[in-house]
Design a protein around this ligand. Structure first.
Ligand SMILES: C[S@@+](CC[C@H](N)C(=O)[O-])C[C@H]1O[C@@H](n2cnc3c(N)ncnc32)[C@H](O)[C@@H]1O
Length: 195
């Protein structure tokens, strides 16, 4: 990253902290948003191995984990670069789950994962880092694992990293619509192409 990108990245992290502190992201728990979390749960059921261990990148305060409800997983790790959101997630004491304060740009997984999820977080990764970060995470996705990506609206400059990736096969792609015309998400699920 050049110095300008580093500055924007730093500023963005500060903004997230401030917003989580002020409750700005409480709306993620609303009924309007619920359908995208349910779609992720559906993809986990369809494409992840049984009782997967799950890595949630940019997990915020752990809404996806809560929305998984009775979905059986063996372990859940949420990673976020906002210390405030991680503190809020940790305070929930969610079962079989840990939340780590870490920038995905510097995240080093200590294990492989059966499901890796970018739930409204991939577009925040600086463009020059997207490819490296994605590859690093894919190296830690188990061979029968699934990568799930949710992106608000059309995600310009994002989907090509998944759709044109020769190491990935798209197994599902759906637009999740809501009662509001301009509130929709695209959610893709990808498995690894075996070598
Ligand atoms: C729109 S919120 C989504 C939160 C959560 N995934 C959800 O959908 O409930 C985006 C999250 O990505 C996190 N994020 C952005 N850039 C990040 C980075 N480089 N490393 C880790 N987390 C990041 C933000 O702090 C924020 O919590």
């Amino acid at each position: 990253m050049n110095i300008l990108d580093k500055f924007h990245h730093w500023r963005r992290r500060r903004r997230w902290n401030k917003q989580y502190r002020s409750g700005r992201w409480q709306n993620l728990k609303s009924d309007l948003e619920a359908s995208r979390y349910f779609k992720i749960k559906e993809d986990l059921l369809a494409f992840a191995p049984k009782k997967p261990n799950i890595l949630d990148i940019g997990c915020g305060d752990g809404v996806l984990n809560e929305r998984l409800g009775d979905f059986p997983f063996s372990y859940f790790l949420g990673v976020d670069f906002s210390s405030e959101s991680i503190k809020q997630a940790q305070d929930k004491n969610l079962p079989n789950s840990e939340f780590e304060h870490c920038d995905v740009l510097h995240f080093v997984p200590k294990r492989t994962f059966d499901a890796i999820i970018f739930n409204e977080s991939f577009y925040y990764i600086p463009d020059t880092e997207k490819s490296r970060v994605l590859q690093h995470l894919l190296d830690n996705l188990s061979e029968d694992g699934v990568l799930i990506v949710s992106i608000f609206r059309d995600g310009p400059g994002c989907w090509e990293f998944f759709k044109e990736n020769k190491n990935l096969k798209e197994v599902d792609f759906e637009t999740i619509k809501t009662s509001k015309e301009m509130t929709y998400w695209k959610i893709g699920a990808y498995t690894k192409v075996s070598e």
